[in-house]
Write a protein that binds this ligand. Structure first.
Ligand code: FAD
Ligand code: DHB
Length: 390
């Protein structure tokens, strides 16, 4: 088999790139390790920035997002028993975010690829990129007993943090940067009315908590837990008791609880690989970087990689102009690092660190007090949360 762009990974990054390139007449093959059902069961991101939504519309897959997604003008930060609003729209001159689940947008992308007759191979085992430093790279994968080879012009690694793409780059050709946080987020999805129509990020001495949502009838809640914790230690009742303790009284009292329909722990990590390219291989999304979820940047940063790479590939195929491909890593990384800085800052501001001293805690409290006493400080937060310019 032959294609122009071979894509490893059928998560949001790989599917979005494939759909965008298809619209410009560029062929792709997407190889996904898991089944469609498995990919759609992973409950992850919920907050999309404006430029992500624009990319979905450009790919002609924004219709349901625009119909069912909710525009959020602001969110709350709770601490010391009260909640304060960050008015995104007012602080950014009219910018907002959209609440629309990663599961839903992945479903929309699958549908669009199916309708267009796109080649998307699920349950592709042992996917391997080959000859990446040569002009003729290729992919192999196994389907049952058969090993299939796909010759490509370029290979794009969209296979997430645990994928094979990043591992295929010789160690001496790259540098990695990492911070592993000593905690994770325990997340619960329930079919209940959300406690607040806008997100609440809560700092509390018992640990961070987040009240989020997917729709007027679907709530998503998170609490900070130690890295060593397990979902088995958290029956629903205990989860909601702990969540309530970390929220202002008015919020806790109003909370409607229900049985969890999903419960999982996500560890918090910051990670970047430089460069995000090796020969004919380009990395995009979680394959190249992981951001702690506190600033809702992970998927949005993946989308900015896709934006740069999509335009670079279109310039290559339509005008033989390779400047975008040559500068891809540098441009993508500039935005990745800004997202990292913001996510790191939000994580430090709102979590309880096991080794934090009374001094560290006063600094955290002062940072929050300063934030809500200064329009300029709040504007910086809002500017980053809605997404920096591409
Ligand atoms: P992935 O979604 O990881 O997709 C990679 C795909 O590649 C997968 O389908 C995988 O099965 C496949 N794959 C892996 N290995 C191979 C292989 N060897 N061969 C073939 N296929 C392979 N981001 C936000 O912007 N906003 C948020 O609000 C937000 N909230 C989050 C909350 C949580 C709890 C978590 C965990 C993450 C959150 N994120 C958020 C981050 C966001 O979910 C990720 O950044 C996003 O999933 C990245 O998409 P991706 O396509 O790059 O990678
Ligand atoms: C959600 C996840 C986040 O990381 C975040 O910052 C906001 C919302 C969510 O899953 O809804």
């Amino acid at each position: 088999m032959r294609t122009q762009v071979g894509i490893i990974g059928g998560g949001p990054s790989g599917l979005l790139l494939s759909q965008l390139l298809h619209r410009r007449g560029i062929e792709t093959v997407v190889l996904e390790k898991h089944s469609r059902e498995y990919v759609l069961e992973r409950i992850r991101a919920g907050v999309l920035e404006h430029s992500f939504a624009e990319l979905m519309r450009e790919a002609q897959v924004g219709e349901r997002m625009d119909r069912e997604g909710q525009i959020h003008d602001g969110f709350y930060i709770a601490h010391g028993g009260i909640k304060k609003r960050v008015d995104l729209r007012a602080l950014t001159g009219g910018k907002t975010v959209i609440v629309y689940g990663q599961t839903e947008l992945t479903r929309d992308l699958y549908e669009a690829r199916d309708q267009a007759g796109g080649i998307l191979i699920h349950n592709a085992a042992d996917v391997k990129p080959h000859d990446l430093a040569s002009p003729h790279p290729y992919l192999t994968y196994r389907l049952g007993e058969e090993t299939v080879r796909i010759d490509c012009d370029y290979i794009v690694g969209c296979d997430g943090f645990h994928g094979v793409s990043r591992q295929s780059i010789p160690k001496e050709k790259v540098r990695t940067f990492e911070r592993v946080y000593p905690f994770g987020w325990l997340g619960v999805l329930t079919r209940t009315e959300p406690v607040s129509p806008e997100l609440i990020y809560a700092r509390h001495e018992r640990g961070f908590a987040l009240c989020s949502l997917r729709s007027p009838t679907l709530s998503r809640y998170y609490i900070q837990v130690p890295l060593s914790d397990s979902v088995d230690n958290w029956p629903d009742e205990q989860f909601f008791d702990e969540l309530r303790r970390r929220l202002p009284a008015g919020v806790s009292e109003a909370m409607i609880t229900g049985p969890s329909i999903e419960k999982s722990i996500a560890p918090l990590r910051s990670f970047v690989i430089e460069p995000m390219r090796f020969g004919k291989l380009f990395l995009a999304g979680d394959a190249g970087h992981i951001l702690p979820p506190t600033g809702a940047r992970g998927l949005n940063t993946a989308a900015s990689d896709i934006h740069y790479l999509y335009h670079a590939l279109v310039d290559h195929y339509s005008q033989r102009d390779d400047r975008g491909l040559e500068s891809y890593s540098q441009r993508a990384l500039a935005r990745v690092w800004k997202g990292q800085r913001f996510s790191w800052w939000m994580t430090n501001l709102l979590h309880r660190f096991p080794d934090s001293s009374p001094f560290d805690e006063r600094i955290q409290e002062t940072e929050l007090a300063y934030l809500f006493s200064s329009e300029k400080a709040l504007a910086l937060l809002a500017e980053n949360y809605v997404g920096l310019p591409l």
